[in-house]
Design a protein around this ligand. Structure first.
Ligand SMILES: [Zn+2]
Length: 295
């Protein structure tokens, strides 16, 4: 994967709440109003309110992109050696594709998600989460949450190294945002309530479509005028497919030493995840990602 060395990264939709520089002020899950604010936030989240909104007084932990602006400036010739700069470049490329052709193809109205880096734990409109859950998207506040430490785990524990494996993960989470915009996510939640016995099957359809959307972006990356990604190689595509397989439910179950039990799967097998990433990557068309009918 090659990036445009001369292009400025757009940090307007990025929040950096990592520990250390400009991170948490008062403990690991700092929120504006301290412990009380936390409880209020969680209760509101349960009621379905968007508690993170645009009101800065109710924002979670403080964040600043000053450090990112410096590390990822065009004047730093080594900026793409940093995972956070690569992730922002991929994020901007995803915004470029999905904000134009991608949502047009699906007939959906586009709005940007935000990308929030954190360490250890984070408070969200979906409740509190620790890094242990891995990268995730919260529809309630339309944010993608990533502890960059996950990528060490992806490389070492899941055996999926490579810069494009990291791009795939972010593209998958971005795919969940697109599902929120199209209403597919809401449709799945409704189906799950109506048919609780099929809850996991519906979850798998949701996850496989996000994999497919990651593939669609891969095909279209480097296509736009504002594209930060200049090229994607066959090697990159391979490492994304490898990563999709590595986080398949069967692989994770094998990896954690337990038995492999398809009944408990929520994301799909390695073979299914590879298949749907490939479907999107071959077609480059998000309309090819009809995982619900296929399931
Ligand atoms: Zn997912």
């Amino acid at each position: 994967m090659d990036f445009d060395d001369d292009a400025n990264l757009d940090l307007s939709q990025v929040e950096d709440a990592r520990g250390g520089g400009g991170g948490f002020g008062g403990g690991p899950i700092a929120i504006g109003g301290g412990a009380l604010g936390l409880i209020v936030t969680v209760v509101l989240a349960l009621l379905g309110y968007n508690t993170l909104g645009n009101d800065s007084s109710s924002s979670p932990a403080p964040s600043s992109t000053a450090g990112l602006a410096q590390t990822c400036a065009t004047s730093n010739a080594q900026r793409f050696d940093h995972v956070e700069c690569r992730q922002v470049a991929v994020f901007d490329d995803l915004r470029d594709y999905w904000g134009t052709q991608g949502t047009q193809a699906l007939g959906a109205q586009y709005t940007d998600p935000k990308l929030r880096f954190f360490t250890q734990a984070v408070n969200t409109a979906c409740g509190q989460a620790s890094s242990a859950v891995g990268p995730f998207y919260c529809p309630g506040d339309q944010r993608i949450y990533i502890d960059l430490g996950f990528y060490d785990e992806l490389a070492q524990r899941f055996g999926a190294p490579g810069e494009f494996a990291q791009a795939y993960v972010l593209a998958h989470e971005f795919g969940h945002h697109i599902q929120y915009l199209t209403g597919f996510e809401g449709e799945i939640r409704k189906l799950q309530q109506q048919n609780p016995s099929k809850e996991n099957q519906y979850s798998i359809a949701l996850e496989l479509q996000a994999d497919c959307y990651a593939g669609v972006w891969t095909k279209n990356a480097s296509g736009g005028a504002e594209s930060l990604v200049k090229s994607v190689s066959q090697e990159d595509v391979k490492s994304a497919i490898q990563a999709a397989g590595a986080v398949g439910d069967d692989r994770i179950q094998e990896q954690s030493g337990g038995g492999v039990n398809p009944e408990t799967w929520t994301h799909g097998s390695a073979a299914q995840r590879e298949k749907w990433f490939t479907t999107g990557q071959s077609s480059g068309d998000p309309k090819s990602c009809n995982t619900l009918n296929a399931a």
